[in-house]
Design a protein. Structure first.
Length: 274
């Protein structure tokens, strides 16, 4: 796995633990969804927005076999280049595409990267700042809706969508709303940032829950302890039992199921991500 020569959080994790960084809740979701279609699937499509170095999408690609088709969307160019190198050296470049555009609702917007320090001065991730003065800015990323990007890559349906974009998750989901409304995204893992997202773009958690419920998705949060409308009620109450930091909200078009039979990754269920 190719890493960045910086204090990027995912690079630090891989150097410390010698394995890719991916939450076990997502791994369980991959196992569950694969068991639903394994005997009939010609392709199993996984899309990750905010892929970073690809710990989760590479988990899916390496555990689903030849039927897996993936799209990793990562606008930070050094990370996108590392994703392409990892795919190539592992023989996955024919199955996994990498797109380095920024995902947004309004394609006229421009975003530029800046450094977000996490926990301490020696750990960081890239955050994206909106340029709203209307003029072209050097280094700004092209911006497109997720629906448009998927169409360009020939992806009509998505088996699993993972979204982890430091507070802008609702905008990503809104940019794919035609697919959500028509049931063409079967399952999702969406990052929840209880600290309010990054400093410049606070996350609208209630907006995410309401959007997904409006399109008929079953929800799971907190190890399955909260489901469907109970998730909305808990966030409305701003309950103290909701975890700080980053956790994961799961959404599926059919009622949630636990994997039956051997797990494809051997980890217990947990809902905390990077």
């Amino acid at each position: 796995m190719h890493l960045l020569p910086t204090h990027n959080l995912e690079s630090l994790y891989v150097r410390a633990f010698f394995k890719p960084h991916c939450d076990t809740g997502f791994q369980d979701l991959v196992a569950t969804r694969w068991q639903l279609v394994e005997t009939s699937a010609t392709e199993f499509r996984v899309v990750e927005v905010g892929a970073n170095l690809g710990g989760c999408i590479f988990h899916a690609m390496t555990h689903l076999g030849d039927s897996a088709r993936g799209l990793a969307i990562e606008p930070y160019e050094p990370a996108a280049a590392a994703l392409r190198r990892t795919a190539a050296v592992n023989g996955l470049d024919k199955q996994l595409a990498v797109d380095s555009r920024f995902i947004c609702v309004d394609s006229r917007q421009q975003f530029t990267p800046s450094l977000l320090t996490i926990h301490s001065a020696w750990q960081h991730q890239t955050q994206w700042d909106l340029n709203d003065n209307g003029s072209a800015i050097s280094g700004a990323k092209p911006c497109a809706s997720l629906a448009a990007v998927l169409q360009e890559h020939g992806i009509e349906e998505v088996d699993i969508l993972r979204v982890h974009v430091l507070g802008r998750e609702l905008e990503v989901l809104r940019s794919a709303e035609p697919l959500l409304a028509s049931g063409r995204v079967k399952a999702m893992a969406v990052a929840v940032l209880r600290a309010g997202g990054n400093p410049n773009h606070g996350q609208d958690i209630l907006g995410i829950v309401r959007l997904l419920r409006s399109h008929g998705y079953y929800l799971e949060y907190l190890w399955g302890e909260l489901q469907d409308d109970a998730v909305l009620e808990e966030f409305l109450l701003n309950s103290k039992r909701l975890p700080d930091g980053t956790s994961v909200l799961f959404a599926q078009l059919d009622p949630p199921r636990q994997p039956t039979g051997p797990s494809i990754h051997g980890h217990s269920r947990a809902y905390f991500g990077r």
